[in-house]
Design a protein around this ligand. Structure first.
Ligand SMILES: *Cc1c(COP(=O)(O)O)cnc(C)c1O
Length: 463
């Protein structure tokens, strides 16, 4: 609580010093460029050049959040009960998460990576199959495909939205293609209607990687509930944080029974019974969630909806303030998106608009203002782990040499839009979007300040 008060004061202080007070209102209300230009005239020096910094990094909202008064009772009950392995609290969390997402079933597992491994395996993705994935994603999307012995095939992105481009999917489909894994990357929903239509036409399953997109919506439906299966992560940085954790959701009972069995040594479960008395139903593994993870998850879930609203509103507000700055191109949401989860706030940085100041130079200047930021993902679809996997006996035994030839593979999986996106992207993390509107204004004014002093920052960064 103390730190909130401190924030408040220092942000006030910042606005006073900055002489850009009201910039947010000015830009958001669509007032003309001359007003912005006027504000710019009085902009102080960037922190990197000796001016006052926007503020200290320590004051951004902390993540994860924990409230002893409301969150600890349940957790302590679990810890003191000695029932720590999967039981009633896990079941309760699964019910709540299914209901939050709008599916009939949910299975909690150890993490998001293994939620994907489980879903792919129980939709019968295996050696010899091809799975369509975007290159702009966390490595685990691809790991899950490889873990099942399948071949990832990359579909280039739409740089405006950062998502897999539906227009580029059909060209990548072959007789081996079995599944599409749309990833709602950064918490921004993919354009699911065309993706689902293509999947239907070619008889492919759709497994949504919603690991960054808790409670994001497409046509008022939660992502993760739109394909055959949806996968979530509850890793510490994610919008629903449990430390580690993951979930598979679906409306397909037989599939969910198989998933349960798979994550519990292949033991019979529900309709997954096998031959009576035959013991294990399948070659499973063990990926069970614990009672204390579920207790933490239930506490976090209570806050998630309100936090998601705050992130979405702050993201749109910040976007409105920076979208007209030359060289800044914020994300675009598809028309059917009714809510973003904004695990990250993304924009593209065009050095041309900043007198040629490099992205690294821009990030450095922004960090000096006290605004944490990153350049996001590097190119994934040419990384050496792919070649290493293709060289294994398992892959060599199943696929024609031609498909595993890395030169040919790289040609087939060339994604020029993604390469460009990886050079231009800038991210802010979700916890920053839990701040106040004046926090968003401070981010915007820090960017304006850098824009105005781009020339000087460029020559400094080249020294
Ligand atoms: C975090 C993440 C995963 C993996 O989740 P873990 O819980 O870390 O295993 C998979 N896909 C995407 C897009 C992610 O962001």
């Amino acid at each position: 609580m103390k730190s909130t008060l401190k924030n408040h004061v220092s942000r006030r202080e910042f606005i006073k010093r900055n002489a850009l007070a009201g910039l947010g209102t000015v830009v958001a209300s669509g007032l003309s460029a001359p007003v912005l230009a006027k504000a710019l005239e009085t902009t102080p020096q960037p922190a990197l050049l000796g001016g006052p910094s926007a503020w200290s990094e320590l004051q951004w909202p902390k993540w994860p959040q924990w409230n002893p008064e409301t969150d600890e009772k349940r957790l302590l009950e679990v810890v003191r009960s000695g029932v720590w392995s999967r039981a009633n609290v896990v079941t309760e969390f699964e019910k709540e998460w299914a209901s939050a997402v709008g599916t009939q079933r949910c299975l909690a597992v150890v993490n998001g990576t293994n939620a994907l491994v489980t879903a792919l395996s129980q939709l019968h993705i295996q050696a010899g199959d091809e799975v369509l994935v975007p290159p702009y994603t966390f490595i685990a999307t691809v790991t899950a495909v490889l873990s099942n012995g399948a071949l990832p095939v990359f579909v280039d992105v739409d740089p405006e939205t950062f998502q897999m481009d539906p227009k580029k999917i059909e060209a990548k489909i072959t007789s081996r293609t079995k599944a599409i894994v749309p990833v709602h990357i950064l918490g921004l929903p993919c354009d699911m209607d065309p993706i689902l239509a293509i999947a239907k036409k070619h008889n492919l399953v759709v497994i949504e990687d919603a690991c960054q997109a808790h409670l994001a919506e497409y046509k008022k439906q939660k992502v993760g509930s739109l394909g055959h299966a949806g996968c979530f992560s509850f890793q510490n940085s994610k919008n629903l944080a449990i430390g580690e954790g993951g979930a598979v959701v679906s409306n397909d009972d037989a599939f969910m029974d198989r998933c349960f069995s798979y994550t519990n040594f292949g033991n019979p479960y529900g309709t997954a019974v096998g031959a009576v008395g035959a013991g294990s139903v399948m070659q499973g593994t063990k990926l069970r969630f614990t009672e204390y993870q579920a207790a933490i998850g239930l506490a976090q879930l209570k806050r998630l909806d309100a936090q998601t609203t705050t992130r979405h509103e702050n993201a749109e507000y910040l976007k409105s303030m920076i979208k007209d700055i030359p060289g800044i191109v914020p994300y675009r949401l598809y028309d059917n998106v009714t809510r973003g989860a904004f695990h990250l706030f993304p924009f593209r940085y065009k050095a041309d608009g900043f007198k040629g100041l490099s992205r690294d130079g821009f990030l450095k200047a922004l960090r000096a203002e006290g605004v944490p930021c990153s350049s996001g993902y590097t190119v994934l679809n040419t990384q050496p782990f792919l070649q290493d996997t293709f060289a294994t006996k398992a892959y060599q035994a199943v696929y024609p040499k031609e498909l595993l030839d890395i030169k040919k593979y790289n040609e087939r999986n060339h994604c020029p839009q993604n390469n460009q996106l990886c050079r231009e992207a800038v991210w802010f993390t979700q916890n920053m979007l839990l701040g106040s509107r004046s926090d968003m204004e401070a981010i915007a004014s820090a960017i304006v300040k850098i824009h105005k002093n781009a020339e000087q920052l460029k020559s400094t960064s080249q020294k």
